[in-house]
Write a protein that binds this ligand. Structure first.
Ligand code: NDP
Length: 279
C-alpha cells in the first residue's frame, strides 16, 4: 500500500525539522506515511493546498506566514482553532472536508510544564509578537491561569486587537515595546519572527523578574539572540522552541493518525545534533 502523504508549507521552509520529526514518529509508531516540506508564498497558498488535497494528500502543517490563511481555508475548525483564528494543522476528513486545528499552544504548554517543570499559574507572562504563533498560544496559556498576560508588538494596533479578542476569557493587555519600560515579568515568550533574521526586539532593561524564565518560540543550531538575551538577564532558564516544535508535531500526528508518539527521545536526538551549545 502506498504511503499516506503529509507536508509542511511555509516560507522560509528549507531548514524545517518537521519532515524529520514526523518520519521518526512514523517509524516509532509503525505508520506508513511520507512527510515533505514545500516552500509556499502567501499568494500561492490557496492553490497549493487545493492541489495537495486534490492529489490525495491527507494532512498539512502550515507555518510562518500562512497560519491565518490556513484558518480561513479550513471549512471545519476545532474550538481551539476557532478561538485562535490561526491554524497550523489541516486534516482531510472522511467526508472530504478539511478540518483546521492549532497545536502550537498545547505544544508550548506541554514543553514548559512537563518537559521543563515551569508552572504558569499566578505568573506575570509577556508575549512578544502578535502574529499567527501568538494567536495559537494565548488561549492555552490563559487556561494555566497566569496572574497577568501582556502582548507587546512592533505594530501596536495588532497587539491591541489581539488583546481585545481574548478579553472574553481573561484580562489581556496589549502594547508596544516602548510601553514595557518599568514593567516586570516572570515569563517572557518571544513569539516574534525576529530570531529568524538574527534580530532581537527592542527590550528595556529589568524586564525579566528575579528567577524569571525566557522562551524563544524560534529555534536553531545556535542559541537565538533572544535566548542569549535571556542568559544576559540571568534567567533561571532561557530556552528555545525545539521542544515546542516536537510537542506540537506530536499533537498534529495524533490528530492525523490517532496514535500518540513518544517525544522525549526525539527531543534528545535533535538536541544532540545541534552544532552550537544548545539552550
Ligand atoms: P508571523 O509572521 O505570523 O508574525 C511575526 C511576528 O513577529 C509579528 O508580530 C511581527 O511584528 C513580529 N516581528 C517580525 N520581525 C520582527 C522584528 N525584527 N522585531 C520585532 N518584531 C518582529 O509569524 P508566526 O507568528 O507564525 O511565528 C513567529 C515565530 O514563532 C517564528 O520565529 C516561528 O518560527 C516561531 N514558531 C515556533 C513554533 C515552534 O513549534 N517552536 C511554532 C510556531 C511558531 P509586526 O506585526 O509588527 O509585523
Amino acid at each position: 500500500m502506498s504511503a499516506d502523504r503529509y507536508a509542511v508549507l511555509g516560507h522560509p521552509i528549507k531548514h524545517s525539522k518537521s519532515p524529520r520529526i514526523h518520519q521518526i514518529f512514523a517509524e516509532q509508531t509503525g505508520q506508513n506515511l511520507s512527510y515533505s516540506a514545500q516552500e509556499v508564498m502567501p499568494e500561492h497558498f490557496q492553490d497549493a493546498v487545493t492541489k495537495f488535497f486534490a492529489q490525495g494528500g491527507k494532512g498539512l502543517n502550515c507555518t510562518v506566514p500562512l497560519k491565518e490563511l490556513a484558518w480561513a481555508f479550513a471549512a471545519q475548525k476545532t474550538p481551539r482553532a476557532q478561538l485562535s483564528k490561526a491554524v497550523n494543522t489541516l486534516k482531510l476528513e472522511q467526508d472530504g472536508s478539511i478540518l483546521g486545528d492549532n497545536t502550537d499552544g498545547i505544544g508550548l504548554v506541554t514543553d514548559l510544564t512537563l518537559n521543563h517543570d515551569i508552572t504558569l499559574a499566578d505568573k506575570r507572562v509577556l508575549i512578544l509578537g502578535a502574529g499567527g504563533a501568538s494567536r495559537g498560544i494565548i488561549g492555552p496559556l490563559l487556561e494555566q491561569k497566569p496572574a497577568t498576560l501582556v502582548i507587546a508588538n512592533r505594530t501596536i494596533d495588532k497587539a491591541l486587537g489581539l488583546a481585545e479578542e481574548f478579553q472574553t476569557i481573561a484580562p489581556v493587555a496589549g502594547c508596544g515595546f516602548a510601553e514595557l519600560t518599568g514593567q516586570q515579568f516572570d515569563l517572557i515568550l518571544n513569539a516574534t519572527s525576529a530570531s529568524l533574521s538574527s534580530e532581537l526586539p527592542p527590550l528595556p532593561p529589568a524586564l525579566l523578574a528575579e528567577n524569571g524564565v525566557c522562551y524563544d518560540l524560534a529555534y536553531g543550531n545556535e542559541p537565538t539572540p533572544f535566548v542569549r538575551w535571556g542568559r544576559d538577564q540571568h534567567a533561571i532558564k532561557s530556552l528555545d522552541g525545539l521542544g515546542m516544535l516536537v510537542e506540537q508535531a506530536a499533537e498534529a500526528f495524533f490528530i492525523w493518525r490517532g496514535v500518540r508518539p513518544e517525544t522525549q527521545a526525539v527531543i534528545a536526538l535533535l538536541n544532540s545534533e545541534r552544532t552550537g551549545t544548545p539552550p
